[in-house]
Design a protein around this ligand. Structure first.
Ligand SMILES: [Zn+2]
Length: 378
């Protein structure tokens, strides 16, 4: 069923192409909506969940509003000693692999600081970012470093960078996934590592129990594919992706995606232009064959004012003028009637062979050069 509500946009890619999967009535208003006493039952209004999926990026999500406390981390029981041991075992190889000992790290949504405690014991210079006053007090009692803020405000207000950014099962609570991941991204230093864990929606879908996994606290439900896509759409490159806690959770480790580097191309094209100018300057009547986009760009970059004409077999280009250097484009027939000392053939792939055949066929004896990508072939 196609949604009629055009106001709702995908929480990740902003698309309005959203398919409703199911509408479910009578759900608990929030995971933390416990009723203090039975005289307050009027506070227990059920909600209707609108479960949908973005047609463009595939993200499964709820149209519902976030719960009132979505900026705070609410965790139930603390970690057992076995869970702490498991976490240490998970993190030791990560710390070694990415050389994180002694490096600056931040955990987004630190709850009561249990993860901070473990990372500190593993010699990581970690600080927490937590929005709940109650949690902050608990963290500070443990003499751990913590900043009171939410991620979006924090990244708007300062430009601190970290070697490690961790977000443990908190991303799925956020109403604007794109903005949230962009903020996580902005915390990474050049070689920084981002570690994100979320509940694994596929696990619950495959077990045919996805319906009771749904709760308004979790506004998005990632699969491995959509989590990777979410990071890639936000300038990150996923280095590894694993499942943990008996496949209940997904983990991805990512880094900043490399920007395309065209420095070589800039230097190379500069050399090409120089050699082209040198050749053109050696002759009186120079004609270029080819008014394709690369050829007209190169002529413009090299400012080849000295050339006489440009030849092109496309009728719609003939008798018009090239941009920037304003040289008349003539037909192959007109070319045969024109004096030419040097012909430079600038055509893609094997089109230049056809021009060479044309020259032979018409017994044209001028000197010609074939321009192939980066060299002039005699
Ligand atoms: Zn989307």
């Amino acid at each position: 069923m196609q949604s009629k509500n055009l106001n709702f946009k995908c929480r990740l890619c902003n698309s309005i192409n959203i398919n409703t999967i199911i509408i479910l009535k009578g759900f608990p208003r929030a995971a933390q909506n416990f009723i203090s006493n039975l005289n307050m039952l009027n506070k227990d209004e059920p909600v209707t969940l609108s479960v949908c999926q973005c047609q463009d990026c595939g993200l499964i999500q709820l149209r519902n509003r976030p719960v009132s406390y979505y900026k705070n981390v609410i965790t139930a029981a603390g970690l057992t000693s076995a869970a702490k041991k498991d976490l240490k075992q998970e993190w030791l190889p990560i710390i070694n692999k990415y050389n994180l000992t002694g490096k600056k790290a931040i955990e987004i949504g630190s709850g009561r600081g249990e993860f901070l405690e473990i990372m500190k014991s593993l010699e990581i210079d970690i600080i927490g970012l937590e929005n709940s006053k109650r949690n902050i007090d608990l963290i500070e009692k443990k003499k751990l470093n913590v900043i009171k803020n939410d991620l979006i405000t924090f990244t708007k207000e300062n430009e601190k960078k970290y070697s490690l950014v961790v977000c443990n099962n908190f991303l799925e609570h956020q109403p604007n996934i794109k903005q949230y991941i962009a903020s996580l991204n902005s915390l990474l230093n050049k070689d920084g590592i981002l570690y994100i864990s979320v509940p694994n929606a596929e696990y619950f879908i495959n077990k045919s129990v996805f319906v009771y996994e749904l709760i308004t606290d979790h506004l998005v439900y990632f699969t491995e594919k959509t989590l990777i896509k979410a990071l890639e759409l936000n300038g990150l490159e996923v280095i590894s992706s694993i499942k943990k806690n008996k496949d209940n959770d997904l983990v991805v480790i990512a880094k900043l995606a490399k920007k395309v580097n065209i420095d070589n191309s800039i230097n190379n094209v500069d050399q090409i232009i120089k050699s082209l100018i040198k050749k053109v300057n050696k002759y009186d009547d120079v004609i270029i064959w080819g008014a394709g986009h690369r050829s007209i760009t190169l002529m413009a970059m090299a400012k080849l004012d000295k050339i006489k004409y440009v030849v092109d077999s496309a009728k719609f280009k003939q008798n018009k003028f090239t941009p920037i250097i304003h040289k008349k484009i003539i037909s192959p027939v007109d070319f045969c009637r024109t004096k030419c000392d040097l012909l430079i053939i600038m055509l893609p792939s094997n089109w230049s062979d056809q021009v060479v055949s044309f020259l032979k066929e018409h017994k044209i004896t001028c000197k010609y050069l074939v321009f192939e990508d980066n060299i002039l072939i005699n």
